[in-house]
Design a protein around this ligand. Structure first.
Ligand SMILES: [Zn+2]
Length: 577
């Protein structure tokens, strides 16, 4: 297997990197040891001596000076506390192992280190298109909750499977950690899918150097840049969050700080179809609700660049250009339960005509599939994650079902197209688990009404209208979904009429929100007291795939391998000029 060979090769070099003692300064090489590249994938290489002034930094590959090896002039900077040697926009074109040796002279001492890279050969083209579905924060429990609510379970056997669970040509467990920390955020995680390289929390498309400037960190070419450059493919980004939020942003942008959303908004010009929330980053500062610091009107700039603009569902349905910018809310779009079921005007704040994720996905496929060079489409179910942070598993579950219906649209397209790889996965997990059911049939309430083992029986969700969503989020017997990691909060095990945060900040301390489940039980938090929401978990996440190239996904895989599965299926040759 292509990936197994690569992993075995990478495994040979586990022990090579050495770090100099702190007294002499720390020698850091970026990209990091064991980084894997697609042959021809562009990146910036940087060696930093941190904490000391280097008299000289020598970098070589196979005994050859690295600037000569790449034919690129280095940018060298040095002061008392930091020395840097950097090559911008280089690429390793020959598949196989590459060893980089570094030697730095500082204060009469010589420091040495080395890193090992692996370069993957381009695959032969199997698929014309790839659709990557990312259920943000959608761990195994989220999938299962959606399966129970949407399909039902009778006498222990499910009455059906989700569409994402019918993607059967490849399946893997994906590990999600960044190179800085066990637990990732969505920027770092999506960046691994977009580039094939690990990054650090809050970063995308870059390795982290010492710079305080979020734009000055060494970059790695991402999937959107690659499929445009190497094959002239079309690109779509679809989400229910701000379009400039971490997951869609990581497909196109390079920054150490995901909060640079005004910058990221401009980077969306790299995609052809851009659909989601977040007009606040596109409207000039003088427009109410804008978060920009300048008077640029990015909606006008996109129109000038040939995009049709859609502000609501009706305009999206009728939009017919090859490029579409659709921004359906100032901030994140509302969740399915609020948008399509409850329709509370206090929650929707005037945004009463937002499209569904299903409609956005359908439109993106309709338009992108006109390009004979193929397309790459990323569809994110963003609020699966956001609602779990808010400890509102019901809202999260309805959005997981909506996300699954978007997968169904892609499956239908792929059936007739025959040349589309579909991947459905998550970027990270949350600490939730289905521990049983909850009901008050016998008058018990609170924790005494959490039913475990035999007492759990089955929940009573019904789908009388057959739309795939439960008729009500709060049936007589509901699920007991419990959280492993939470702030101080009140729990009543019931669905909420409106989205409401579990805790609110009081200075630096998060205190339980009395507006939520006032009659419920107080649970003392079990994470640091300055955290007002439930947080991500490091659990592996499931990946399901179908179509040409899906066989790449098997066993337990690193999240960076999702990128390599995509470029392998497409047969992207990045060594071509
Ligand atoms: Zn999150």
């Amino acid at each position: 297997m292509w990936h197994n060979k690569i992993l075995q090769a990478a495994g040979m070099f586990l022990i090579c990197a050495t770090v100099a003692s702190a007294a002499d300064g720390e020698l850091v090489v970026l990209p990091i040891n064991r980084a894997k590249f697609l042959a021809g994938q562009k990146f910036d290489m940087e060696v930093e001596l941190r904490g000391a002034k280097a008299d000289e930094i020598k970098v070589s590959i196979g005994g050859r000076d690295v600037s000569e090896f790449f034919g690129v002039t280095p940018v060298i900077q040095s002061d008392a506390n930091l020395s840097s040697y950097r090559l911008n926009g280089v690429a390793l074109t020959k598949p196989g192992a590459v060893k980089v040796d570094v030697e730095a002279k500082a204060g009469g001492n010589t420091l040495r280190t080395s890193v090992d890279y692996i370069v993957a050969a381009p695959g032969s083209k199997q698929a014309n298109n790839v659709i990557l579905f990312i259920g943000d924060g959608m761990g195994l429990a989220s999938r299962q909750i959606a399966r129970i609510l949407s399909k039902g379970i009778t006498q222990g056997k499910y009455d059906g499977l989700l569409d994402m669970e019918l993607l059967n040509d490849g399946m893997a467990l994906i590990s999600t950690s960044g190179y800085d920390s066990l637990v990732t955020d969505s920027a770092n995680a999506a960046s691994a899918y977009a580039t094939g390289h690990k990054s650090v929390v809050n970063a995308m498309g870059v390795y982290e150097n010492s710079s305080k400037d979020p734009m000055a960190h060494p970059k790695v070419e991402n999937i959107v840049e690659l499929v445009k450059r190497a094959r002239g493919m079309s690109v779509g980004l679809v989400t229910t969050s701000n379009i400039t939020d971490a997951t869609p942003a990581a497909m196109v942008a390079h920054t150490r700080r995901r909060a640079e959303q005004n910058f990221i908004a401009g980077e969306m010009l790299k995609a052809d179809i851009v659909l989601g929330g977040g007009s606040r980053q596109f409207l000039p500062a003088s427009t109410p609700g804008s978060q920009r610091k300048d008077e640029r009107n990015l909606i006008d700039e996109f129109k000038a660049a040939g995009y049709t603009f859609a502000k609501d569902r009706s305009e999206l349905v009728s939009a017919n250009g090859d490029k579409i910018l659709g921004l359906f809310n100032l901030d994140n779009m509302d969740v399915y339960l609020d948008r399509e079921v409850l329709k509370d005007p206090d929650v929707l704040r005037g945004f009463t005509n937002q499209p569904t994720l299903v409609e956005m996905t359908q439109k993106a496929i309709d338009v992108l599939s006109r390009n004979k060079n193929g397309f790459f489409l990323m569809v994110e179910g963003a609020c699966i994650d956001k609602q779990l942070h808010a400890m509102d598993w019901e809202r999260s579950a309805y959005d997981t079902i909506e996300f699954d219906k978007a997968v169904a649209v892609a499956r239908k397209f792929a059936e007739t197209d025959g040349s589309t790889l579909i991947i459905a996965t998550a970027d990270h997990s949350h600490g939730i688990s289905i521990t049983g059911t909850y009901h008050e049939r016998d008058g018990k309430t609170g924790r005494e009404a959490v039913r475990t083992y035999a007492n759990a029986i089955y929940p009573t969700f019904r789908d009388a209208d057959g739309d795939g969503y439960p008729d009500a989020p709060a049936p007589d017997v509901t699920l007991a979904v419990q959280y492993a990691n939470h702030p101080d909060y009140y729990e009543d095990f019931k669905a909420h009429d409106k989205p409401v945060s579990p805790a609110i900040m009081s200075g630096d301390i998060a205190i339980a929100n009395t507006k939520r489940a006032q009659d419920g039980i107080f649970y003392p938090g079990n994470i640091p007291s300055n955290e007002s929401s439930e947080v991500h978990a490091a659990d592996d996440v499931p990946l399901s795939a179908a179509g040409p190239g899906a066989d790449y996904f098997m066993g337990v895989m690193d999240n960076t391998e999702v990128f390599f599965g995509i470029v392998r299926a497409l047969g992207i040759d990045a060594t071509k000029k």
